[in-house]
Design a protein around this ligand. Structure first.
Ligand SMILES: [Zn+2]
Length: 409
């Protein structure tokens, strides 16, 4: 008997978890390690136990349940996160975890014993909305972040410390982290591409690299009427040229290079005063690591030239430097094949956002399955994905787990 996803069961769980931390008007607030996050965790653990899974919690509060296989050893892991941003949707992260519960339920119902164990995981503080950095739990679990450092991280709003909050909600465990035989993550796209192209499934090839750079320009305030252009040291002009250069870099490179000036401040900020100081940030992203490095080098080189021409002093510092992550090409092929077998249109695509999966990619075969997001919206209470797409993505996940874990009834 081929195990099949039950839409009613799957959507029932989506709704049940969506009620925990629910906001008036839709969406959820389950910021990491808050009472709402604890309630979500308690619900998840009880679902895992009801499915007959053994439940584990590590020292950073990651939760995983294991359904045993015929053989002991590394499980095929399905995972994501159940924390949210303050005004989050009910699908972001939750889908990967609830899809995992549905996989296990379908295997149970079909009476299938897989050869290797199957694990379902929820990682602590993927969002980074209350504690920075994001992907904290999966990063610690896979050795990219240092546990002791993460336990001392203060909330950005001063509302607590990771280690103390883990103790408070009762999720500082002592189970040893595991490296799975393979890692699969089902997630909403959080972007507009699948919907716009009418494609049902995204076979995610990797996560694009991210370079954030902050620029500060120091010039001199002066009278906007009496100071000739050639005699100014206008920090605002330099900042505008840097911002336009970022835009030009993206235009010259073309997709997938993107550039965003998210912070732009000039002071004193008066209509008739030449600005003496400017601060701006540039977010550059690309799936090609070398192209991303080149883009950042061009931006910094040009920024220095603009400042020198204007007689201003430029300082700059990196706020983030993440190299692109490539998922396992053969596993991505299998995602694509699994979708086609179910007669679902599928597209290979990079992820624009970061995900727990990228922490696993260096250590085990890893892939992701995207389903369309209505209007590309996420981190928004209006976030929505169609039931048919959620079911389709979960069925692909289930078929892949059967394939990888060795299912026979
Ligand atoms: Zn997410």
């Amino acid at each position: 008997m081929t195990p099949e996803v039950s839409p009613a069961r799957l959507m029932g769980r989506v709704e049940a978890l969506g009620r925990i931390g629910a906001l008036d008007g839709g969406g959820v607030c389950r910021l990491a390690l808050t009472d709402a996050d604890k309630a979500g965790r308690d619900w998840l653990v009880s679902e895992m136990r009801d499915l007959g899974m053994s439940v584990f919690v590590d020292a950073i509060g990651n939760i995983w349940g294991i359904r045993p296989g015929q053989r002991a050893g590394a499980p095929v892991m399905v995972g994501s996160h159940i924390d949210s941003v303050a005004t989050g949707g009910i699908y972001d992260g939750a889908l990967g975890v609830l899809g995992g519960l549905e996989v296990v339920t379908a295997l149970n119902v079909a009476g299938i014993e897989t050869e290797t164990p199957v694990a379902v995981a929820a990682f602590t503080n993927e969002e980074g909305a209350r504690f920075a950095p994001d992907m904290m739990g999966s990063g610690v679990h896979q050795g990219a972040l240092v546990l002791e450092e993460m336990l001392t991280v203060q909330a950005t709003d001063g509302s607590g410390v990771v280690g103390e909050e883990l103790d408070r909600i009762g999720y500082r465990g002592n189970d040893a982290p595991i490296t799975p035989a393979a890692y699969l993550e089902l997630h909403i796209e959080q972007g507009p591409v699948l919907e716009a192209e009418g494609v049902r499934i995204g076979a995610v090839t990797g996560v694009q690299g991210i370079h954030w750079t902050e620029f500060v320009v120091e010039g001199q305030t002066n009278h906007a009427g009496t100071t000739p252009m050639a005699l100014r040291r206008d920090a605002g002009q330099v900042a505008m040229r840097i911002g336009l250069e970022a835009d030009q870099i993206a235009a010259d490179a073309g997709p997938p290079q993107v550039a965003t000036v998210g912070v732009f401040e000039i002071s004193p900020g008066l209509v008739n005063v030449v600005p003496e100081r400017a601060r701006l940030t540039v977010d550059l992203r690309n799936t090609d690591g070398a192209a991303l490095v080149a883009a950042t080098e061009r931006l910094i080189g040009r920024a220095e030239a603009f400042a020198a021409e204007a007689g201003c002093v430029l300082t700059h510092r990196p706020l983030a430097r993440f190299a692109p992550v490539e998922f396992d090409a053969r596993l991505v092929d299998r995602v694509e094949a699994a979708a086609r077998t179910r007669q679902l249109s599928v597209k290979r695509m990079p992820s624009g956002a970061g995900h727990d999966a990228q922490m696993f990619a260096p250590n085990c075969p890893t892939a992701m399955i995207f389903v369309p997001s209505q209007n590309g919206l996420s981190h928004n209470i209006k976030e929505h994905s169609e039931e048919a797409d959620i079911v389709a993505g979960t069925q692909v996940l289930l078929d892949l787990v059967c394939d990888l874990a060795g299912a026979s009834s």
